[in-house]
Design a protein around this ligand. Structure first.
Ligand SMILES: [Fe+2]
Ligand SMILES: [Fe+2]
Length: 155
């Protein structure tokens, strides 16, 4: 099935695509830097989700309707080549990476919110809602890790 996106949908999806690319890069780079296997595992898992998000959005941008499994998960797609990892000094701590990722997820979730309100196609709206839920889950995972490790203590 071919979808004709509105100009606004296209513009917003292009933004989301670049946000997903940034998330893929960050999680990949931070997974290499952390010394904590638990955190590395979390980063790798999130990176895989971001890759799925990237693939889903990229399919919509090509006018295709991504195939959704019963659970609403998109089917695995061939991965586009990863861009080079951002350079971060080696002495940056888990604390810095977690704060940065929490801020990133919060921002990305907000931008999905904006995009969802501009969707003319129900299938697109549904897919973006699904992705947004996963971004909020990423935020929750990082939040929980930070709490467990004394990095974040809301009063
Ligand atoms: Fe994502
Ligand atoms: Fe995310």
């Amino acid at each position: 099935m071919i979808m004709q996106l509105t100009q606004k949908e296209r513009m917003l999806l292009q933004d989301q695509l670049s946000h997903e690319q940034a998330c893929i890069t960050k999680y990949g780079s931070y997974a290499q830097q952390t010394q904590d296997p638990q955190l590395r595992q979390l980063f790798i898992q999130h990176q895989q989700h971001e890759q799925q998000h990237y693939n889903t959005i990229s399919q919509f941008l090509q006018g295709k309707l991504p195939t959704m499994a019963p659970g609403g998960q998109s089917q695995p797609q061939p991965s586009p080549p990863l861009v080079n990892a951002v350079r971060v000094p080696a002495d940056q701590t888990n604390d810095f990476m977690c704060h940065d990722l929490l801020m990133t997820e919060k921002y990305v979730s907000n931008t999905y919110d904006t995009a969802i309100f501009e969707c003319a196609h129900p299938q697109l709206r549904q897919a973006l809602q699904h992705i947004q839920k996963e971004e909020q889950q990423h935020g929750e995972d990082i939040f929980n890790y930070m709490q467990q490790h004394g990095m974040y203590n809301p009063q």
